[in-house]
Design a binder for this molecule. Structure first.
Ligand code: TYD
Length: 139
């Protein structure tokens, strides 16, 4: 059951790095480096100091979250257990399953949060109320 995912199903994925004297390059190929078909890419940037993002779960969406620049914390919560991941490497992604409440905070100045998503944007896929999330998850 998709809503039964727990925080231990979510993990850091190591992405390939092409090292060069002139700098590094990381490529993420559909299905190969990310375990789903990518339908959408978006990124958060210019996040004011002290601001937090997220505060919702998804019913079906899978995501890979990457700190393309800088660092931030992702707090995952399956309704029972919380796990905090500090993302600060552009060659690592955090795989987030559906049915996991997430919050993002502690954004460093100039950080960029890159998100690869398994579906196009659909507001109906969001659970934005924590009590409704718990109801959806456990009832
Ligand atoms: P939201 O997912 O709530 O952002 P965050 O979790 O980072 O705080 O999205 C913020 C707003 O942007 C919301 O009004 C919906 C809109 N939005 C889109 O229109 N398309 C998208 O692909 C995303 C991710 C958000």
């Amino acid at each position: 059951m998709i809503n039964k995912a727990n925080v231990y199903d979510c993990s850091i994925v190591e992405l390939p790095v092409n090292h060069r004297e002139k700098g590094n390059l990381t490529v993420i190929e559909n299905v190969k480096d990310v375990p789903f078909e990518v339908q959408r890419v978006y990124y958060l940037y210019d996040i004011p100091g002290g601001e937090s993002r997220g505060g919702h779960a998804h019913k079906e969406l899978r995501q890979l979250i990457v700190a393309a620049s800088g660092s931030f914390d992702v707090i995952l919560n399956d309704g029972k257990i919380k796990r905090i991941f500090t993302l600060n490497r552009p060659y690592q992604g955090l795989l987030v399953f559906p049915g996991i409440w997430r919050e993002l905070d502690n954004f460093s100045s100039g950080s960029v949060c890159l998100v690869l998503a398994s579906q196009v944007y659909d507001e109906m896929d969001y659970l934005r109320d924590y009590d409704l999330f718990l109801k959806w998850k456990f009832e």
